[in-house]
Design a protein around this ligand. Structure first.
Ligand code: CMX
Length: 135
């Protein structure tokens, strides 16, 4: 099962309110939605660029994965998300190839997507996400 496209690029920022004007006023994109994902302890802001989105991520708690990431590495690209069809089968397929899964099964993410992450330690340092539009 081959990913169909890059669904989004996740970018960790300290503060959405100060980062959004760069994407809007400098790059000319439009923030079309701000959504909190309580489960992940993040607030997200979305911009569409062709078939791909930019997802800004702001931590909502000190133990959020995004807060830990910024503390260690600073603001910047946090993850790369591929659109796939048959997400649970895809997870099983990559696990059989020795990739470490963070999520054994897909769960609910922002934008009405089922999502699952692969561990960056087994994907050459890139936190990798699979996404599938929930039916
Ligand atoms: N990209 C690359 N490496 C990363 C990383 C990232 N985003 N996040 C953590 N790491 C690295 C750390 O640098 C660290 O490396 P070293 O051991 O070499 O120092 C290692 O992974 C462990 O990091 P940690 O800070 O101790 O963090 P944890 O092990 O507790 O968690 C991870 C790391 C990836 C398992 C966790 O962040 C996670 O489960 N992420 C998936 C969920 C997520 O990120 N949600 C937020 C976005 C949600 C959304 O888009 O809706």
């Amino acid at each position: 099962m081959i990913p169909t496209h890059i669904e989004h690029i996740g970018i960790a920022v300290k503060d959405l309110a100060t980062a959004i004007p760069y994407y809007e006023d400098v790059l000319g994109l439009k923030c079309y939605k701000i959504e909190e994902v309580a489960d992940q302890k993040v607030r997200t802001a979305f911009f569409q660029v062709g078939q791909t989105k930019i997802e800004l991520l702001e931590a909502t708690a000190p133990d959020s994965p995004v807060a830990k990431f910024i503390e260690k590495k600073g603001e910047g690209i946090h993850h790369l998300a591929f659109a796939v069809q048959g997400i649970d089968e895809k997870l099983q397929e990559v696990a059989e190839k020795g990739i470490q899964l963070i999520d054994q099964k897909a769960r609910k993410g922002a934008e009405g997507l089922d999502i699952a992450f692969l561990h960056p330690k087994s994907t050459f340092g890139v936190l990798t996400e699979f996404c599938e539009k929930r039916i």
